[in-house]
Unconditional design. Structure first.
Length: 227
């Protein structure tokens, strides 16, 4: 499974565009009054303006080369405040064999740099720049109807990592370990790692393998559209 595109909804489009294209330096592919799109390695991310009445909160992880985690963390620290947990600004996930660090964007979305040691390719450079981001490595689907959504995703062969049972009250990592990409399926009100923010059922559109769209609405209901 590859996460080829994602569309998130935002309230302050100008501030978000400045953050991603100017502060972080992602290549701006499209910019209109209603949305903008950036290149995130081999993936694409679109941020579309939404009214303040739409509640949303996102988490996504960006895959970075397996040998550049500390360089990427230092690069991020020069531009944003890293999030901390128990005095630490990074974590190692044994089940993913990955190092991660986290920071917020202007609307409180949680961005993660993830360096999967066995899956992500290495880079010949000894320093990090935003051009070294590989692709979208994780993105959340938040819903309070987890089992129904999980059944729909299973029909696309998107299943829990290591074929674990779906937990309706916890965060579930979906996708193959070897692909280096995961859908994070979890309920509302759970705290995100390294954050005091709680997950919110949020509208989102995720493209998988350039072949299918996953569309989550404001009520946490998922529809699937072949491309």
């Amino acid at each position: 499974m590859r996460i080829t595109k994602a569309k998130l909804f935002v309230h302050d489009l100008q501030k978000m565009e400045q953050f991603y294209s100017e502060l972080l330096g992602f290549v701006l592919l499209v910019s209109t009054e209603d949305y903008f799109t950036i290149a995130v390695g081999d993936s694409r991310m679109t941020f579309e303006k939404a009214p303040l009445s739409i509640k949303k909160q996102y988490h996504f992880a960006l895959n970075i080369p397996s040998n550049l985690f500390q360089q990427a963390k230092n690069w991020a620290k020069e531009r944003v405040a890293l999030l901390h947990s128990e005095g630490q600004d990074e974590i190692y996930f044994e089940f993913l064999k990955a190092y991660s660090c986290y920071f917020y964007d202007p609307e409180g979305n949680i961005i993660e740099f993830i360096s999967r040691q066995e899956v992500n390719q290495k880079h010949s450079s000894s320093s990090f720049s935003v051009e070294h981001v590989l692709n979208i490595g994780e993105i959340n689907l938040t819903t309070d109807d987890i089992l129904t959504v999980a059944r729909k995703l299973k029909k696309l062969d998107i299943m829990s990592i290591e074929n674990k049972d779906i937990q309706p009250d916890a965060l579930n990592f979906l996708g193959n370990y070897e692909d280096g990409a995961n859908i994070l399926l979890g309920p509302s009100e759970r705290l995100w790692y390294f954050s005091s923010k709680k997950a919110i059922v949020s509208p989102i559109c995720i493209e998988i393998n350039e072949a299918v769209q996953l569309n989550m609405d404001e009520k946490g209901q998922l529809t699937i559209k072949p491309l």
